[in-house]
Design a protein around this ligand. Structure first.
Ligand code: NAD
Length: 376
């Protein structure tokens, strides 16, 4: 079995999530690729300390160029604040490495296009992180839609809801400041997760009317003072797409001010013959509708039906670390030519198209009008 050496740049929340998935890689049944975390870079030496407990890690550094010089590292996962994506992603590609990028894949549309184009020019394998579609419920939503069972699609709703901005006294961090998070604010934070399945199914929004809200405008700066908080808390996008049977409305929600919601990702698709809905709020429940004399939604409790089987029993429920590991498995399987017909991670063109939508949503907010999404 081939072993791929990996480096991580950005050892915060998500760097640790990747390292922890690698730590139980053996749970994947008959997986064709083995992974080895060899090096981690973080500007903050204290963040690096956590990685000392991982035997395979040979290099801990505060200088990412040192990590990129390691010739035996083939793949680099980068989990940094958004204003650093362009420079770091390009440097990873130019160092001859493949990239697992984090969303939003550049701070804005221009950055996303430049990363996509450089990856293409250099022939590197690049995908972007978005894990929720690898949950069993999300996988079933995809297969139900692809089966054609739903008939004519009536409407689509998808979203990602957090309550992470609800506490106005929570100290500020980079995710709440436009210069680090991006002008697209919450869309950059949560939007890729919402768009992954629609874009993969070919549901590309043609136009958008957006409602962007910034409610919490100031927070403690963590040093006894106050700091300006200028990112959008909530974004609601009314979009239109064209399917074989005509124009269909698709409502997309990305919210950090959603009372009661901690990490609720959902998708609902209604058709004339059937419907399907899934939300992480009720992790096991898949809801299916079939047109009958009576209007009935049926609930099925799902088990561990994941794209890459593991040692976990079939009736056990899946959670965040599981879908994250499945997403990583999809990355390494696709890179090795072993993905088959399974669902792939976000592709650079899809990441760029999500930025095109968010860019148009900003214009819609400014002009208070419906804006065409431009796909040159
Ligand atoms: N896929 C997901 O579900 C998910 C969830 C959260 C965040 N993210 C994304 O992951 C990325 C990182 O977010 P996070 O939550 O891990 O952030 P974080 O703040 O927890 O971690 C970022 C780390 O980068 C380090 N860092 C900052 N500048 C650096 C530099 N120049 N060189 C090296 N290290 C540097 C910081 O010290 C910190 O440890 C973002 O793109 C974010 O949107 C994805």
């Amino acid at each position: 079995m081939k072993t791929v050496n990996v480096g991580i740049i950005g050892g915060g929340l998500m760097g640790k999530e990747v390292a922890s998935a690698f730590g139980r890689w053996f749970a994947l049944n008959d997986f064709p690729v083995s992974v080895r975390l060899k090096a981690v870079c973080d500007l903050n030496p204290q963040a690096l300390d956590w990685y000392r407990q991982i035997d395979s890690v040979e290099l801990l550094t505060t200088d990412y160029r040192e990590l990129l010089k390691q010739e035996d590292i083939e793949v680099v996962y980068v989990a940094l604040p958004h204003h650093l994506h362009l420079e770091y992603y390009l440097d990873v590609l130019r160092a001859g490495k493949d990239l697992l990028a984090e969303k939003p894949f550049g701070i804005d549309l221009d950055a996303a296009v430049r990363i996509r184009d450089e990856a293409k020019a250099l022939g590197r394998f690049v995908r972007c992180s978005s894990e929720m579609p690898f949950l069993p419920g999300a996988q079933r939503v995809i297969s139900e839609i692809k089966s054609g069972r739903l008939g004519t699609i009536l409407d689509i709703r998808a979203g990602f809801l957090h309550s992470s901005d609800m506490d106005p006294e929570k100290p500020i961090n980079w995710k709440r400041q436009s210069k680090f998070c991006g002008e697209i604010g919450v869309m950059g934070d949560l939007g890729m997760h919402v768009m992954h399945i629609p874009l993969r199914l070919g549901w590309v929004p043609e136009n958008v009317f957006s409602r962007l809200q910034v409610i919490v405008t100031e927070r403690p700066d963590g040093k006894g003072g106050r700091a300006v908080c200028d990112t959008w808390n909530n974004a609601t996008l009314m979009t239109t797409l064209t399917t074989a049977s005509g124009k269909v409305p698709m409502q997309l929600e990305m919210k950090r001010l959603a009372p009661g919601e901690t990490n609720t990702w959902f998708i609902e698709v209604n058709g004339t013959e059937g419907g399907v809905k899934y939300s992480t709020k009720d992790t096991k429940a898949l809801w299916l509708y079939e047109r009958r004399k009576e209007q009935v939604w049926m609930r099925t409790d799902l088990g561990f039906q994941v794209p890459f089987p593991t040692v976990t029993g079939g009736i056990f429920e899946a959670g965040f670390p599981d879908c994250f590991m499945q997403m990583l498995a999809a990355y390494f399987a696709e890179r090795a030519g072993a993905l088959g017909d399974r669902f792939a991670c976000v592709k650079p063109d899809e990441a760029v198209n999500s930025h095109r939508l968010f860019h148009a949503a900003l214009q819609s907010h400014v002009t208070d009008s419906l804006v065409k999404v431009d796909y040159p």
